[in-house]
Structure formats: C-alpha cells, structure tokens
Design a binder for this molecule. Structure first.
Ligand code: ZN
Length: 261
C-alpha cells in the first residue's frame, strides 16, 4: 500500500513542477510539457518521474541543456512525503482515516509548491495559498462532522482549534512584517502562517513555528559561515514554515512529551 502512495507521490511531484513553472509564466496547466530552453515537446517516455532524469543524464534529449535538479528532487520529496503521510494516517482504512490522508496530501502538495516558488522567486504564490485555505476549511468541517460526539463542545472541534491557531500565527507574523516594514518577514509569510495555523490547530502551531525558526537560523548561520550570503541578504522564510509544518504533522506523535499539551 505504501509503495502505491510513493509512486502516486512521484507522479504528483512531477505535476507540481509543472504548476510551479507555469504559475510564474501564467500559462495554462493543460497541454504537453516542453523544454524551457529549446521548446521541444517532451515525449511521455522522457517524462517519467525520476527515471527519465537518470536515463537522460540530466540533459534535454534535443538541446543537451541541463535539466534542473529541482525536477527529480521535487518528485522524490513528494513521493516520500506521500508515502509517510499514508503510513501515519491510513491506519485502518476507516472513512475518517482516508479523509484525513486525502486532506494532508492536498495540503502538502500546495505547501511544496509554495516552498519551491518562494525559494525561486522570493514570493508566496497567492492563488495556491487561497486554494489551500478553502481546501483546509472544507476538510476541517467534514472531519468535525464525521467525528462529532453528542455533548461535545465547540472548543474541542478542529475548526475552532484551527481558527485560533491560524489567528495567533497570523497576528504574530503580521506584527513581524509590519514592525520591520517587510524586511524580516513579508505579508506573504503572514498568510502562509495563517494557513499552517488553520490546518495544524493551536496546539501544534507553536511546535511548527519553533521548528521553522530553528531550521531558519541553522540554515542562515550555515550560509553566512560558508559565505554564500551576508547578514543582510534576503533569505525567504516560506520554505522553513513549510518544512516546520510538514515535519510537525508527520512526526509530532513520535515525541510523547508534546502529546501531553
Ligand atoms: Zn531542450
């Protein structure tokens, strides 16, 4: 079962690469892929996730220009994350497990697109963010409806926890962005934090943000030490928020200390 999700993830990862490329050029998502250098159409046998990249030795069949490492890395990352998500959430194949799994697969796909887009263009793609917000609201309501126990209060619902988490995270990043005149954080980061808070809920959002700042400072210090960046360079924060969120969802339960929250 897990292997099916791995392969499914590889294929979706390949599609997400197309989304990232065409979002930037405002192209339609339909139609065959083509090489960004020579514009030759890519045949299906040159478009197999991971495999084609290896068989073509990372070069375009027609113009011999290098194919970006983004493509296989994105495919592999999506494959692994999909497999891990199914492993964590698809426990016994009950309806709510399936819904939970589908919810996270969709959310993670959007977050992966945001990760790469922000890294490449220093900007959060807002259409993707809005879609993910609607997706999350819809699934929180459905999951609350299915797991509702009579006598349960609104405070134990996911929609309540999500709205509180989203609000807190948004205010925090809005203050950072506003206070620094968008030098430390952009407004895009505030909306991304809102999405992550909404989907994770208020108990997990703290852990996700802590993780994001920890990863951010680690990478930031690393880049300064290796002189890739100076202290004044702009490093997008979106990728760290995304990493913190995905790691929290997939590994939160591995740390019993946090379950007592
Ligand atoms: Zn080419």
């Amino acid at each position: 079962m897990i292997i099916i999700f791995l392969i499914f993830g590889l294929i979706i990862g390949s599609f997400l690469n197309v989304v990232i490329y065409r979002l930037n050029l405002a192209e339609s998502l339909l139609g065959r892929s083509h090489c960004p250098h020579c514009k030759n159409k890519i045949s299906w046998y040159d478009n197999i996730p991971l495999l084609s990249f290896i068989l073509l030795f990372a070069k375009c069949r027609y113009c011999q220009k290098n194919i970006s490492w983004q493509y296989p890395l994105m495919e592999l990352a999506t494959g692994i994350i999909f497999a891990e998500t199914a492993y964590v959430f698809l426990l016994n194949g009950r309806l709510e497990n399936w819904l939970e799994t589908i919810f996270y697969l969709g959310l993670f796909s959007a977050l992966l697109v945001i990760f790469v887009f922000d890294l490449k263009h220093l900007e959060i793609p807002m259409p993707v963010l809005w879609l993910a917000l609607i997706w999350t609201l819809f699934f929180l309501l459905v999951l609350d409806g299915i797991t509702f126990i009579p006598g349960q209060t609104i405070f134990s619902s996911r929609i309540f926890s999500g709205n509180l988490g989203g609000l807190l995270a948004f205010i925090f990043f809005f203050a950072l962005s506003f206070g620094s005149k968008e030098k430390w954080m952009g407004m895009g980061d505030a909306y991304l934090a809102l999405l992550i808070g909404l989907s994770l809920g208020w108990t997990k959002i703290f852990f996700a943000l802590l993780l994001a700042f920890f990863l951010g400072s680690l990478v930031g210090i690393g880049l300064v030490i290796f002189r890739k960046k100076t202290l004044k360079s702009q490093i997008p924060f979106g990728p760290f928020l995304v990493s913190g969120a995905i790691m929290t969802v997939l590994f939160f339960d591995l740390f019993p200390i946090f379950q007592s929250w």
